[in-house]
Design a protein around this ligand. Structure first.
Ligand SMILES: Nc1ncnc2c1ncn2[C@@H]1O[C@H](COP(=O)(O)OP(=O)(O)OP(=O)(O)O)[C@@H](O)[C@H]1O
Length: 666
């Protein structure tokens, strides 16, 4: 069956028509787990059995780190349960022998009493141990997940910025998130494997003692069910990988229908019915898959149950024959029936659990891989110490190319930032200003040349010390979905965040006035979509960002486009404050396209296509005798936009005079 994008129906195989229309083809999330698709299916029972100990070790190591006592409790109680089952089988054998022995009924009952009591006691012990195991697993599960998550998050937070922007590393991070959850589930599955294995060994052992022929009969009975469990697990796994995309896409469409940002268009453009139709299209595809899976499950189970039934018939027939020929006693046959039942359930359970452990282990392995990779790409925790007082930061022939880029973003840049001065970086879009400050602050390292903090280059320095001295308001500074207080205080997360500590920073950038207007003042949540949450305007956020940088109190303040969203009065105020800070001994690096605001900078570097086009003081750059014109032309272009010939008293564009007296060129 094929469908059309208009009716939202879908074909049996391949992408649905809704998928084709909305996503341009089969929607394939670039998730790490996709890579497991083949690897798991290639695993035969032998490989699975051989690799099992290693997977179990990984889970146990994590659980051990999470809660040693709970892990021991699970191990001991699961082992105890298996042993109790074995003991129960042996005791039942004795009990049946006593009950079926010749003699008076009263006599037989009396002699069987201890065995009866023992069977009862063993059942109680088994249930107590099962409860202990369930409780301990309940404690262990979330802790194991937390330990696994914390471990990789701590490592990931320390990797170089380059790794964060690397697609391959991102993919690994995606699958590692599943790994933490898998580690949790693996603990449960491992505990179940222990129980299933012990009860199987117990049943097998008892059968061998009773009559050796019963053991292969047990295997014949259990094999079809084990096979069906394995076959169904594989079916579900393949199906999940194929159809998880559809399910996710349907979820994504349903989220769009209630998305705050999309809400306007959903209503005004009538997008609602369109999305709803395709939601159904996507959901129906996965529903069809569920139906197919259910039918396949029915066929497999029917086949397996028939085979198991025939094997059971053969087993019980064999038992009957043994009895008939007097090769075994009735009591022994009774125990054998119990052992066969326990054993076949044990084998099926074991296969299912081992399959679970195996598939979860693939994700746990990803987690391990991520941790190794994150440790390898971590920012070194050691390095040369910076001088107490760094007199200047110097770029010496610094060249830097982003990974995968064709051309360098910075090329042989030389630049000096003296202590306590304001240095402005200006230049057209994409000229390398933001890249330069990333190298300055140690977030990136040069490919060649060096960035020196005093005598120490950032490549050799203890980078934690470099970061410690920098306060930064980047162009895309982060809007934390926390309270206003935290949004300022997070500039120095280890310091107190009380009113006294936050107030000066809030006042510095005019955030105090914004806070006064918030319903809960500093404790107002700045995140939409939560109760009591509120958003700010772009300019208000910019003030919060500046307050955060002020609160950080770093020796070097880097402000990248600090006023792009501010009104003219606020903009003037911010620049005044930035310059005042520099006067107080703080070094300031200012990136801006508002060229009039760099008049007061001590030094200006003009970048163009990753190179320093010219540098000097404002007066030098504006003077045709000393400036190349790169800065002066841009400055004049901006200045002219404020002068309109239609306004009385304003000169026309063609007659504009530069401050240095030279004619302006457009
Ligand atoms: N993460 C990145 N990966 C690859 N290339 C990048 C990355 N960031 C920036 N670039 C490239 O490096 C060059 C310099 O970019 P940069 O952001 O430093 O310019 P800018 O001067 O700050 O620009 P703007 O004034 O627009 O903010 C540009 O060509 C840009 O496309």
């Amino acid at each position: 069956m094929t469908g059309s994008p208009e009716d939202g129906t879908s074909s049996e195989t391949g992408p649905s028509s809704s998928e084709t229309l909305l996503f341009g083809g089969e929607l394939a999330y670039d998730q790490g787990w996709n890579r497991h698709h083949d690897s798991w299916l290639k695993l035969g029972p032998k490989t699975m059995a051989l690799s099992l100990p290693r997977q179990v070790r990984v889970a146990i190591r994590l659980a051990h780190r999470a809660d040693r006592r709970a892990l021991y409790a699970v191990a001991v109680s699961e082992a105890g349960r298996g042993l109790a089952q074995a003991a129960a089988l042996v005791t039942v054998n004795a009990l049946l022998a006593e009950l079926l022995a010749p003699g008076a009924v009263e006599e037989r009952l009396r002699s069987a009493l201890p065995s009866m009591a023992a069977v009862g006691l063993l059942a109680v012990i088994g249930s107590v141990l099962a409860s202990v195991s369930a409780a301990a697993t309940g404690i262990l599960e979330p802790k194991t997940q937390r330990v696994a998550t914390e471990r990789y998050l701590a490592l990931v937070a320390r990797v170089e910025l380059e790794a964060v922007e690397d697609d391959a590393f991102h993919r690994l991070m995606d699958s590692a998130q599943y790994g933490a959850d898998s580690a949790r589930r693996m603990v449960v599955s491992c505990a179940a494997v222990v129980t299933a294995a012990i009860s199987l060994i117990a049943a097998g052992g008892v059968l061998v003692v009773l009559h050796w022929t019963l053991l292969p009969l047990l295997a014949a009975m259990a094999a079809p069910r084990a096979w069906s469990a394995l076959a169904m697990a594989r079916h579900r796994y393949v199906s999940w990988h194929r159809f998880v995309q559809h399910v996710r896409a349907a979820q994504m469409i349903s989220r769009l229908l209630i998305d705050q940002q999309a809400a306007g268009e959903v209503r005004v453009h009538g997008v609602g019915p369109f999305l709803l139709k395709h939601f159904r299209g996507m959901a129906e595809t996965s529903e069809r898959e569920q139906t197919r899976l259910a039918k396949a499950g029915m066929r497999i189970t029917l086949g397996a149950d028939t085979a198991a039934g025939l094997a059971a018939l053969a087993t019980y027939g064999a038992l009957g024959l043994l009895l008939w020929h007097g090769q075994t006693e009735l009591a022994v046959a009774g125990t054998a029936v119990l052992a066969i039942r326990t054993g076949s359930a044990g084998i099926t359970d074991l296969v299912v659990r081992v399959t679970d452990v195996q598939s979860e282990a693939l994700f746990v392995a990803d987690l391990e891989k991520l941790c190794e990779e994150a440790a390898r790409r971590a920012i070194p925790a050691t390095g040369q110490a910076l001088a107490e007082r760094v007199e200047e930061i110097r770029f010496e022939k610094v060249t830097f190319t982003y990974p995968g880029a064709d051309a360098p973003s910075l090329h042989e840049v030389d630049l000096v930032i003296p202590r306590g001065r304001t240095v402005a970086l200006v230049g057209p879009n994409g000229s390398g200003k933001s890249t330069l400050v990333k190298l300055l602050s140690g977030l990136r390292l040069p490919d060649s040349g060096q960035v020196l903090w005093g005598e120490v280059s950032t490549a050799e320095a203890d980078r934690a010390q470099v970061f410690d001295r920098v306060a930064m308001v980047a162009q895309d500074f982060y809007r934390w979905p926390f309270t206003a207080r935290v949004n300022i205080g997070i500039g120095r997360p280890a310091a107190p965040m009380d009113d006294e500590a936050i107030a000066p920073a809030a006042a510095y950038a005019g955030t105090d006035d914004i806070v006064k207007g918030l319903p809960r003042g500093l404790d107002t949540l700045l995140a939409r979509g939560y109760q009591g949450g509120q958003d700010l305007s772009g300019g208000q956020w910019q003030k919060v960002g500046l307050s955060r940088a002020r609160h950080r109190d770093g020796q070097v303040l880097i402000v990248d486009e600090p006023t792009s969203a501010l009104d003219p009065a606020a903009e003037q105020q911010v620049f005044d404050r930035i310059h005042r800070l520099a006067g107080a001994g703080r070094t300031t690096v200012l990136i801006t396209h508002r060229l009039h605001s760099v008049r007061e900078a001590d030094y200006i570097y003009v970048l163009d296509r990753g190179e320093v086009a010219e540098h000097g003081t404002f007066a030098q750059l504006m003077d045709p005798a000393t400036g190349t014109g790169a800065f002066r032309d841009a400055y004049e272009l901006q200045a002219r936009q404020f002068r309109s010939p239609s306004l009385p008293g304003q000169p026309g564009p063609e007659t504009v005079e530069t401050p240095a007296g030279g004619p302006a060129t457009a």
